[in-house]
Design a protein around this ligand. Structure first.
Ligand SMILES: C[S@@+](CC[C@H](N)C(=O)[O-])C[C@H]1O[C@@H](n2cnc3c(N)ncnc32)[C@H](O)[C@@H]1O
Length: 220
């Protein structure tokens, strides 16, 4: 990335730190610090309004479906830990622990920076691993979240590796034009067919500018 002038370097961090003071928000301050430390272009994608809207939608529907209290949540394809940061920020939901799991080793330090207080108190951990290789039966997560279903090569194999009855919150989309999207779903019904749950607590779609996001909450 090109060298920034001191003025450019401080432009957005200054604004974000001002907002964090005004709103008294560790969440905004962590975004300011993380954006300054990690200049990964897709960090802006992870925090854009579409990504935030999809994750806020998940939190709202999860509370409606299964209430406000959770034990350990595994977030697969957890990317930069934005969902965990949003849940910790939300007074309407309590989670005893997050494990954010991503195959890309570059994600962990960014996710830890975005959830720094929870790293310090032991309620947020990262794991660099392929979700296809995890032992879901012995890990016994209270909830498994996968908002990266469109990225999963062996979706059926992964889904079948989950113990029956596992609580799930899954998202996918119909954004076929993105090269990394190897497992899009053309419709909500197609996504339901990919992930045949024994219990559907929620199934819905959220229109975005270039695609529709689908979500299923229920049990394997
Ligand atoms: C672009 S991001 C997330 C997009 C999604 N809309 C969201 O916000 O959750 C997809 C993430 O899935 C991760 N990923 C893809 N395949 C994976 C796998 N088999 N196991 C773990 N993580 C995986 C990628 O490394 C990437 O960080």
């Amino acid at each position: 990335m090109d060298q920034l002038s001191p003025y450019e370097e401080e432009f957005y961090p200054d604004i974000l730190r001002g907002l964090s003071t005004y709103f008294d928000s560790p969440f905004v301050l962590n975004i300011a610090r993380t954006a300054q430390r990690f200049r990964r272009p897709d960090l802006a994608h992870a925090l854009n309004r579409k990504q935030i809207a999809c994750k806020t939608w998940l939190i709202e529907q999860l509370i409606s479906a299964y209430g406000p209290s959770y034990g350990t949540i595994w977030v697969l394809g957890g990317w930069y830990g934005v969902l965990a940061a949003l849940m910790y920020e939300n007074p309407g939901i309590s989670v005893s622990k997050f494990i954010s799991i991503d195959v890309d080793e570059g994600c962990a330090p960014v996710a830890q920076s975005l959830n720094r207080e929870q790293v310090a108190d032991g309620t947020f951990e990262t794991l660099t691993a392929d979700m296809h290789t995890l032992d879901y039966a012995s890990g016994t997560p209270d909830l498994v979240v996968n908002t990266s279903c469109e990225h999963i090569k062996s979706f059926t194999g992964w889904f079948e590796s989950l113990p029956k009855g596992t609580r799930l919150a899954l998202q996918s989309n119909d954004y076929f034009g993105e090269p990394d999207h190897v497992n899009c779903a053309a419709s909500l019904d197609a996504f339901k067919a990919q992930a045949p749950m024994s219990e559907f607590a929620f199934a819905g779609e959220l229109e975005q500018k270039n695609y529709t996001r689908f979500m299923l909450i229920g049990r394997r």
